[in-house]
Design a protein around this ligand. Structure first.
Ligand code: ARG
Length: 257
């Protein structure tokens, strides 16, 4: 009896693991690809009058279009996106994830869709260089490469670094003077500075660079492969450039892509 229960449980667990991600054929037959993002990272993905918009939203919609499927967008907090992906809640995640060896242990990345880095943002009289960071109050979003890299800066103590659930919460505290430095994406930083001329914000050094890619469930090669071929097509036919120019006034693809 006990054995029977154990094997049923085992089958259920195995079933859950294998049912967790849909292959591309299944997605194509269903006609809809489910995309996860946090929708709180302008100008990459954010809500505008209730609508999800941004560079990554446009790009993922273009990828889906060239794969002949519709997108169904689902949002979740940034820290939950990759575990939701592993549970099969999305077919892929596009949320400005940097390619890191830690993440690559549990998920697969598509070809990078842009290259960027973590940048210092502070008030006009605040710290601008990495050398000035020790002893200052640094704010970063949790679960990010900004946090990981902030802790690697020589002389920066764990107690100097404050983690925020949302990137915009760190910005709010920087404006309020509760932290001295915010480390965020380069393009996010430039966008915030441009859109808040009265906030007295300036950017400083790039702290590190990273390649950003779509995340797919580990081993789901038909989905990763489909995304990659769609991306190559969009990068070659001018669609990528058009979308990038719309949001940044420049082409932000990685060199060599
Ligand atoms: N690029 C950073 C990372 O890889 C942060 C991304 C934050 N993205 C977001 N959608 N909130 O961790």
């Amino acid at each position: 009896m006990k054995l029977k229960f154990a094997s049923i449980l085992m089958l259920a667990v195995l079933g859950a693991v294998f049912a967790a991600s849909r292959d591309f054929l299944t997605i194509h037959q269903a006609g809809t690809i489910v995309v996860g993002t946090d929708g709180a990272f302008p100008p990459f993905s954010f809500k505008q009058s209730g609508q999800l918009v941004g560079f990554e939203v446009d790009l993922a919609n273009a990828i889906a279009k060239s794969l002949d499927v519709k997108t169904q967008w689902r949002t979740a907090p940034f820290t939950e996106l990759l575990s939701d992906l592993k549970q099969g809640k999305f077919d892929f995640v596009i949320a400005s994830h940097g390619i890191t060896p830690e993440r690559q242990k549990t998920i697969d990345f598509a070809t990078p869709h842009y290259c960027t880095g973590g940048m210092i943002v502070s008030k006009s009289d605040g710290p601008k260089t990495i050398l000035e960071l020790p002893g200052t109050r640094i704010g970063v979003q949790v679960g990010t490469t900004y946090l990981q890299n902030a802790l690697k800066i020589p002389g920066v103590l764990k107690s100097d670094v404050k983690g925020y659930a949302k990137d915009s919460d760190a910005l709010r505290d920087l404006i309020a003077g509760k932290i001295d430095v915010w480390i965020t994406d380069k393009f996010v930083a430039l966008d915030v500075i441009k859109n808040n001329p009265k906030a007295d914000l300036e950017h400083g050094d790039l702290v590190f660079t990273e390649r950003i890619a779509i995340a797919v469930a580990k081993g789901n090669n038909t989905v990763t492969g489909s995304i990659n071929s769609a991306l190559i097509g969009l990068m070659n036919d001018g669609t990528y450039e058009k979308i990038s120019n719309r949001w940044f006034g420049e082409d932000i693809r990685c060199e060599g892509n």
